[in-house]
Design a protein around this ligand. Structure first.
Ligand SMILES: [Zn+2]
Length: 400
């Protein structure tokens, strides 16, 4: 077995331990040793570089490349899959070796990645977000037309559901379609035309069935949740992560701490909507107004959650912002009160814990799969991190 030695670098292992000079030995796709003065058969000179664990993004939509609705309506159906391949490659190039798709990606894309037909990070899928009629996943426009962000197709069934009985069936449909995590919208959102981010969606009885069915299939649930009541209902129902968390009140933060719920902030997303509109994308006027209205509360909620000690895992909502620009989120997390070291833990081991893969991934520790990002210069200068990535390894193989 070949021992690959990454020699003379500084290791930030992702556990929160301070960065320290160390050699790293990889064998058969896994880290086998981390420490000073190691040897190996093949040597990679890592002097002057920092080794980070492969990064995570817990909220992407690889099946969309932008949020220009008119352009989406004029894109041939299968073209979207080729765009997904490009988006995944761009994500990997930025050091992200694991993503959680928050809606749109199906089992075929996941299998194509696993089989090496396309290049990209490992991917957990939610298939499609469950939403009530008129909710965040309901793309019904006032014209009577539907403008689905993600077309309904055999691999990605419709997600509109009302009432506990239908909920049971819909969760089972998503499980059948290959979901690794069930996604639900417990509040309105920004990009959907006819809902309000401040309203709670689904009632407790519907969410109880949702979590019960997901549990039975051994799957966690992630909730698009922006309104205070929608967030609290999700946490009380036992949902594992709050996505966006725009209107977090004290009670919501208290509940999240009590239940160990993760926050996946996606701070870059509202800005992404506004930027896209400014660049001429056809975005409904109502969505643009909502994006402008939520930014302040979003950042303020995040800062309070961090201050209170809520668990945070990095997620961007990429698609709303360009794939490959994922690390822009790290800067906003830092501005919201996290130390750069904490931001990197939220982007590695903490994210791996949320995704239930921390026994295999998320840190540079012997026994784990050898995903490594090599960066030159200061690893804690988050704003320029992306430009300084010199190599990315997955399972011990150089992929970028
Ligand atoms: Zn999203």
């Amino acid at each position: 077995m070949t021992r690959t030695l990454l020699r003379g670098g500084t290791v930030f292992d992702g556990t929160g331990a301070p960065a320290a000079e160390a050699d790293v030995v990889i064998e058969d796709g896994r880290f086998v040793e981390v420490g000073p003065g190691l040897d190996g058969d093949e040597e990679v000179d890592a002097s002057g570089l920092t080794l980070l664990p492969g990064l995570f993004d817990c909220h992407v939509h690889v099946m969309a490349s932008h949020v220009n609705f008119f352009k989406l309506a004029n894109t041939p159906f299968s073209y979207r899959f080729f765009e997904a391949a490009r988006n995944l490659a761009a994500t990997l190039a930025t050091g992200i070796t694991n993503v959680r798709d928050a809606g749109g990606a199906d089992l075929g894309i996941q299998q194509a990645l696993e089989d090496g037909l396309i290049r990209g990070p490992r991917m957990q899928i939610s298939v499609r977000m469950l939403s009530q009629t008129g909710g965040h996943g309901d793309c019904w426009m006032v014209s009577g037309q539907r403008m689905d962000l993600f077309p309904v197709h055999p691999g990605c069934p419709d997600g509109i559901v009302d009432g506990p009985d239908e909920m049971r069936r819909k969760v089972r449909e998503m499980v059948r379609a290959g979901a690794d995590v069930i996604k639900v919208a417990t509040s309105g959102g920004v990009l959907s035309p006819r809902d309000d981010p401040r309203h709670a969606h689904f009632r407790a009885a519907e969410l109880a069935v949702l979590v019960e069915e997901a549990d039975a299939a051994g799957l966690p649930v992630m909730a698009h949740a922006q309104s205070s009541e929608g967030i609290k209902a999700a946490v009380r129902a036992g949902i594992r992560s709050i996505e966006h968390g725009i209107y977090l009140d004290d009670e919501a933060i208290e509940l999240m701490l009590e239940r160990g719920t993760y926050l996946v902030p996606t701070l870059v997303a509202p800005t992404g909507v506004i930027r896209a509109a400014q660049a001429g994308a056809a975005i409904p006027e109502s969505s643009l107004r909502k994006a402008e209205a939520v930014i302040g509360s979003h950042r303020e909620s995040f800062a309070r959650a961090v201050d209170a000690g809520v668990k945070v895992a990095m997620g961007t909502d990429s698609a709303v912002t360009p794939h490959g620009d994922n690390l822009d989120e790290l800067v906003l997390m830092h501005e919201g009160g996290m130390k750069p070291e904490e931001v990197l833990v939220a982007t590695t081991l903490s994210a791996a814990r949320l995704m239930g893969v921390d026994h295999e991934l998320g840190s540079i520790e012997p026994g784990k799969r050898a995903d490594v990002v090599l960066v030159s210069g200061d690893p804690f200068d988050l704003a320029t991190l992306k430009e300084r990535i010199t190599a990315v390894y997955m399972d011990g193989r150089k992929v970028v």
